[in-house]
Design a protein around this ligand. Structure first.
Ligand SMILES: Nc1ncnc2c1ncn2[C@@H]1O[C@H](COP(=O)(O)OP(=O)(O)OP(=O)(O)O)[C@@H](O)[C@H]1O
Ligand SMILES: N[C@@H](CCS)C(=O)O
Length: 961
């Protein structure tokens, strides 16, 4: 979905808030009516759901995204929305315009606000106890008033209920994220073509993580992934997940935090992939941007903004910096020998060529033109032994071509001075790489390439060349920030009196570009851009025995992780626990199971569940007060030591170490519980009862602490635990100045319902997964293909789609080359698919897909059909041409609705089972506890324990399903 907006439009803010609250993804696109994309009313914002559905009213869009589920409230909601649109909005628009306003408008706003304040006197939200579209709409409209000191003073000062309501909503994570995505700052204007023609907004408190004086401002970047495949677990822990954990930690410490990332879309990685898939580089970027976005969402990566590099902002900034480098005398021209493929008639850049690694002692036979995957060394393509063109396998020849170089040698002294002062803040792998680079003198490096897909070199003579992807990729951090805020310079060229610390996350292969190449550019440009403060680079995560590789398709990929049924938090936990912080580490399925079962289930989960269950069962859920004994004080001292180490390690980017300290806290808690035996104490004397209550009270405080410490690593689990603790995220802050066990829960605080947090992962499942994800992606695809070649397994719809896709691929390949050797294998595949289709059509219908599989394939078919319709509509106005395709699309949508209904029914059944199993487990657990408390005779309670374990197994199996 896309929302088209002009600058500063609060109607757009409504739409984004509704989307974030509903967990839906909406892309924000700046637009003007001059773009000519609007066929309907000239009003912004405009929410485009798909080809067939567009909303021109922001309130209607809000209701679509965030519907009123309780129909009895619908009428009231409509009334409030109408009031907002016809009374409140126009008055606010006039007031915030900054122009002099007639007194009756001011009075109208005042009386509207009084009315609202009265309504909120009785209710938490506008319609009662539930948040509704009315809150979203009215809150957004009042945003410029509530966040401007002067306007707030004039209009809101007497309205305590509005203030409370406003603060409450402003603290909601989803709303904060929406405000950040909306992303306009005080001086931005409503565009002249806004639906209501709202002009300038006066000083609003900056909502977008822009740096503030007197605050610790933290700017976090994760290496920008190429769009050449689905990210694998190595990419995820090496960059986005590590950065996310750190960003979540920073937010919890109340640092003013901005976390950005995006896809790195230019260069040969994209061109190679485009060639492989038979589509254009732009189509590859669009396709893989969506895939990356979806994978990261699944992993709960909370970017403040996830952008992309193929934007006009990127072109502008990269060209500007480059011209400045030329002005400052750091660019030279040199003729370089390059590999040229006579058959493809073009220079072969980096990834278009492979051969034997020229480094003695390595000699890996599939080294790429830029870097060897085996020894990690950078390579000059012409040095490859026995080079071969990746497209046609022909041996290329060497030809001269003129390129532009950055003079690293001239910049070296300044670079060395900076590195020696900055490197203390870097992780060991980052320091090691930079030292290795500085062992020798630096040589000039080419920053241009003879390619098409990239930022054009802004010099007439070289206008047909583009920048080398590694010249422009780090500039992507700035341009992506600019797409978010338009004030990227406030972060990337901060004022002297504003402290912005830049933290960058990546794996070791990216380090040279972040400590040598990019800083050299920044120093050469000499305009006060930020140099990185902390590089938290990792070593490599290996897959069972070999290296994960995107381009070779080796390892477990983000989409695979989703299919395993293992929750994303468990993945986050396991990946962090093997994060390659000091040396390469290995992913292993067996270890994943062991860590889940021992550390999450038996240690952490067990402690939390036991503590909260005691509180629920023995104290009716009221957290007991504590009367501390020396043993308790010792426990607190030990816990504090862990919390201090947790913070120290986090601040240094040693996330795996920090996680170890979280587990130590729950281990201490478990030991304390075992030592105190509150179940015995609570049955003893009055004094024993006080001790028992203290033990439980203290354990509950530890659970709250664990929830705070765990939140950066396992956000979903932390959310569940917060619900069980009945406490808000804001109450669980970490104080990095004074890290210690805090009394997060006041005595007498009522907790929620305790629930088990984790499930066992059975060895059989792990063995299955290990076998399933062995080999490369293409081996697996082949296997799947073979399995599918039986006509009863590939459905007619799927085969039709596959035939069409393959047909397109063949057409494009044939158009791009006359070389039969290139396209014939694809033609063969097409013929084979056609045969399968014929057989499938002839065979009796039999559905083997589960409802959720049908939903997935229908969604895919809808996406493809949607693209087809879009393209057809763009190419012709002739309805006769595109209407049949629109009809097909509608038909598919109907089928999807039916399949979704089936899936819901299936998952409801599943939920019922889960619910009854959970209930049975709680009851059986009580039985076991009571038996164990009453006798030490194992023969008595073991059979009951076995029943309990069996129930838990069944629950785990269901949850994994
Ligand atoms: N095995 C790994 N462990 C940790 N981080 C990794 C690993 N592989 C890549 N990364 C990091 O992930 C990011 C994306 O890397 P990249 O796209 O080059 O993946 P790749 O698998 O190495 O690709 P390819 O095999 O195609 O070269 C980079 O920051 C890189 O440092
Ligand atoms: N695209 C690069 C990182 C650029 S910051 C990579 O994926 O290695």
């Amino acid at each position: 979905m896309k929302v088209y907006t002009n600058i500063g439009n609060t109607g757009t803010l409504k739409v984004l808030i509704a989307a974030h609250l509903a967990g839906k993804s909406v892309e924000k696109c700046l637009a003007t009516f001059e773009d000519g994309i609007f066929t309907g009313p000239q009003a912004l914002p405009l929410l485009e759901v798909d080809d067939l559905l567009t909303f021109f009213s922001s309130n209607a869009a809000v209701q679509y995204l965030f519907p009123t589920l309780d129909l009895s409230e619908n009428g009231q909601c409509q009334q409030m929305l109408e009031w907002e649109a016809t009374r409140l909005q126009p008055a606010v628009a006039a007031i915030v315009s900054g122009k002099s306003v007639a007194s009756d408008i001011r009075q109208a706003l005042q009386s509207s606000l009084q009315m609202l304040d009265k309504l909120l006197q009785k209710n938490k939200y506008i319609l009662g106890e539930k948040l509704s579209a009315a809150d979203i709409s009215i809150w957004s409209t009042l945003y410029p008033v509530c966040f401007d000191d002067a306007l707030k003073q004039t209009y809101i000062s007497g309205c305590d209920n509005i203030v409370r309501w406003n603060t409450n909503l402003a603290s909601a994570k989803a709303i904060q994220q929406a405000v950040q995505q909306w992303g306009w700052s005080p001086k931005d204007q409503y565009g002249a073509s806004s639906a209501l023609g709202i002009p300038q907004i006066a000083s609003i408190v900056s909502p977008i993580g822009l740096p503030l004086k007197d605050r610790k401002n933290v700017l976090i970047t994760s290496a920008l992934p190429y769009v050449n495949n689905v990210p694998h677990l190595g990419n995820i822990i090496g960059c986005v997940l590590s950065a996310d954990i750190f960003a979540r930690y920073c937010r919890q410490c109340d640092y003013n935090t901005l976390f950005i990332c995006g896809t790195d879309e230019y260069g040969t990685a994209t061109e190679t992939k485009a060639l492989e898939e038979g589509i254009t580089p732009r189509e590859i970027c669009d396709k893989y941007f969506d895939i990356h976005n979806a994978v990261y969402r699944w992993f709960d990566i909370g970017f403040d903004y996830f952008g992309r590099t193929s934007t006009k902002e990127q072109t502008e900034i990269a060209q500007k910096l480059f011209l400045k480098l030329i002005d400052n005398g750091f660019v030279s021209t040199q003729s370089v020998e390059q590999l040229y493929c006579e058959k493809c008639e073009r220079f072969l850049a980096d990834r278009f060529v492979e051969g034997v690694c020229p480094h003695p002692g390595c000699l890996y036979d599939s080294a790429r033109g830029d870097q060897c995957d085996k020894c990690g060394k950078l390579i000059n393509a012409i040095e490859l032994v026995e080079p071969r063109c990746k497209v046609c396998s022909h041996k290329p020849t060497v030809r001269p071509s003129e390129q532009l170089f950055i003079e690293l040698g001239q910049l070296e002294p300044s670079l060395r001075t900076w590195i020696s002062s900055a490197e203390q803040g870097w992780s060991a792998p980052a320091r090691a790489v930079s030292r290795a680079w500085l062992r020798d003198s630096l040589r000039a490096r080419a920053v241009t390439r003879d390619l098409k897909w990239g930022v054009p070199v802004p010099i007439d003579k070289h206008a047909h060349k583009v920048f080398y992807v590694w010249f422009d990729a780090p500039i992507g951090y700035m341009s992506i920030t600019q797409c978010l805020t338009k004030h990227y310079e406030k972060l990337w060229k901060p004022d002297k009196d504003v402290d912005v610390k830049l933290y960058q996350f990546m794996a070791k292969d990216n380090v040279p570009f972040h400590v040598i190449m990019f800083p050299a550019t920044v120093i050469g440009v000499n305009e006060g851009h930020k140099l990185v403060d902390h590089i938290f680079a990792t070593e490599y995560l290996n897959y069972e025995e070999g290296k994960f590789s995107k381009s070779r398709g080796v390892g477990v990929f983000g989409t695979d992780a989703q299919e395993t049924g293992i929750p994303s938090d468990v993945w986050r936990f396991y990946l962090t626990s093997i994060r390659p912080e000091t040396s390469d580490s290995s992913f292993s399925w067996v270890e994943l199971g062991t860590r889940n079962n021992s550390e999450l289930l038996n240690n952490l989960g067990n402690f939390c569940h036991r503590s909260l269950s005691f509180c629920a069962n023995s104290f009716k859920g009221k957290v007991p007060d504590v009367t501390l004994t020396p043993a308790d004080l010792e426990l607190i001292a030990l816990v504090n030591r862990e919390v201090i180490s947790y913070v120290q390690n986090m601040e240094k980017g040693r996330l795996r170490e920090s996680l170890r300290h979280v587990l130590s806290v729950s281990r201490l808690g478990n030991q304390h519980m075992q030592a105190e035996q509150p179940w015995v104490l609570l049955k003893g004397s009055e004094q024993d009862k006080v001790r028992g209550a203290t033990a439980i009270g203290l354990c509950c405080q530890l659970v709250a602490l664990l929830c705070a410490l765990l939140a950066p690593f396992m956000p979903h689990t932390a959310r569940r635990l917060r619900e069980q603790l009945n406490i808000d995220a804001v109450a669980l802050r970490i104080n990095p100045q004074n890290p210690s066990l805090v009394q997060y829960l006041p005595a007498g605080h009522i907790i929620g319902k305790p629930e088990p947090l984790f499930s066992k992962i059975e060895p059989e499942l792990l063995e299955k997964l290990r076998a399933k994800y062995a080999g490369t992606q293409s081996d697996r695809a082949k296997q799947n293909g073979d399995a599918k070649s039986s006509p009863s397994k590939g459905s007619v719809a799927e085969l039709e789609a596959a035939v069409e896709e393959q047909g397109n691929k063949v057409r494009q390949l044939k158009a791009s080359t006359k070389d039969k050797a290139v396209w014939q294998p694809e033609v063969n595949k097409l013929l084979d698919l056609k045969k399968q289709l014929e057989t499938a059509k002839a065979a009796p219908k039999e559905t083997t897909a589960t409802p959720s599989e049908s939903v997935a394939s229908l969604e895919k078919a809808i996406a493809e059909q949607g693209d087809k319709v879009r393209k057809l509509k763009a190419s012709t106005k002739d309805k006769g041409v595109w209407q049949p395709e629109v009809d097909k699309l509608l038909q598919l949508k109907k089928q999807l609705t039916a399949a979704q209904a089936q899936t819901n029914a299936a998952s409801t059944n599943n939920k019922d089972d889960i619910a009854s199993l959970e209930k049975a487990i709680t009851e059986q657990g009580d039985k076991v506890r009571k038996l164990k408390a009453s006798t030490k005779d194992k023969a008595v309670w073991q059979p009951e324990v076995n029943v309990l374990l069996d129930l838990k197994k069944r629950l785990a199996a269901l949850q994994i399903k």
